[in-house]
Write a protein that binds this ligand. Structure first.
Ligand code: SIN
Length: 330
């Protein structure tokens, strides 16, 4: 008897429908249901016993915290279920890395959770979705994928949820991990990992995931994108409009223009938690300037701004302190 893999379909281009087979833009994301999505993958049932469930049918740019929390809740149920050996999520690529990271933060079991998507709609010539689904199921069914947290599988590669990011607007090889690279591959259907497992879930992930499932929304934590001549007025604006945290995507090693730094320091004084991240794609944000530490800003380490935002939201829900966050990101 094969492994029992349950697929949660969220929509996205992988389930996109275009007017003709040459179209790779201008399609409707999330228009193909999970049954049709799975029927388009030859040999799927030979790899595992696959079941499907439609959880959402959205273009992932429109995902809300409520929808992310629904996903966390359903994955939690499946992780606790004795009827399921692995979970695959089909998801739009635009926010795939965010959902992957959120799920990874609260992953408490050794069961594989694999997220995949596609860059070409289901109706396109050379659609990449069917092979990505087949590969994702292969990974979810692999013993070697156990105890590795949440994995992202596209284009025959396996990436960690923490480090992967969408690099290209349109290329099928869009998902890459600029720091560290892919952690494995699916070669001719064979799942290979290059390294041992490294887990990055939160301490007490089981109870944190339970806490999250009781939430209807997450605290307001905007990402502000740094640029030349930034005068900090957006920091002031969000601070006055209920932000509980701010992620500032600074330049290079999380550098912040002086005028913005002053506004962010004032925000910390008001009790707003500030994370310094970077708009650069690769590299780690370190403590850098002494004034940042004195002001109480937290360096994002290897997290990109969007993932740092999710971490901060979860930390705020769970009442974690700035010191806890610093320790987790170090
Ligand atoms: C989406 O993110 O839902 C649309 C884009 C894609 O899946 O590639």
């Amino acid at each position: 008897m094969g492994k029992r893999i349950h697929i949660l379909a969220m929509g996205g281009t992988i389930a996109g429908k275009a007017g003709d087979s040459t179209a790779t833009t201008g399609y409707q994301a999330g228009a193909v249901g999970v049954e049709d999505l799975l029927a388009a993958v030859p040999g799927l049932q030979e790899v595992a016993q696959v079941t499907g469930e439609q959880l959402a049918s959205i273009d992932s740019k429109d995902i809300t915290a409520a929808c992310q929390l629904q996903l966390v809740k359903r994955v939690r149920e499946l992780l606790l279920s004795a009827e399921v050996d692995g979970i695959v999520i089909t998801h739009g690529t635009d926010t795939l890395e965010e959902s992957a990271y959120l799920l990874d933060l609260v992953h408490f079991a050794d069961k594989p959770v694999v997220i995949t998507g596609a860059m070409r709609p289901a109706t396109a010539l050379s659609a990449d979705g069917p092979l990505n689904i087949l590969d994702a199921v292969r990974v979810a069914a692999a013993d070697s994928a156990r105890d590795r947290g949440v994995l992202v599988v596209l284009n025959n590669e396996i990436h960690s949820a923490r480090l992967v990011t969408k690099m290209s607007t349109t290329a099928v090889e869009t998902f890459q991990s600029p720091v560290g690279g892919a952690i494995g591959a699916i070669n001719d259907g064979v799942v290979v990992f290059y390294h041992g497992a490294e887990l990055h879930h939160l301490p007490n992930a089981l109870s944190v995931s339970e806490k999250l499932t009781s939430q209807k929304e997450l605290p307001y934590v905007p990402v502000l994108y740094g640029h030349s001549d930034d005068d900090g007025r957006l920091v002031k604006l969000v601070a006055e409009n209920g932000a509980k945290g701010i992620v500032y995507a600074g330049m290079g090693n999380g550098s912040i223009p002086e005028r913005v730094e002053a506004e962010l320091a004032a925000a910390v004084e008001q009790g707003i938690v500030v994370i310094r991240a970077s708009s650069s794609i690769s590299g780690m944000v370190t403590k850098a300037e002494a004034s940042y530490e004195e002001a109480g800003f937290i360096a994002s380490g290897l997290l990109n701004p969007r993932k740092a935002r999710l971490l901060l939201q979860v930390a705020l829900v769970c009442g974690k302190s700035a010191a806890d966050l610093r320790k987790f990101l170090a």
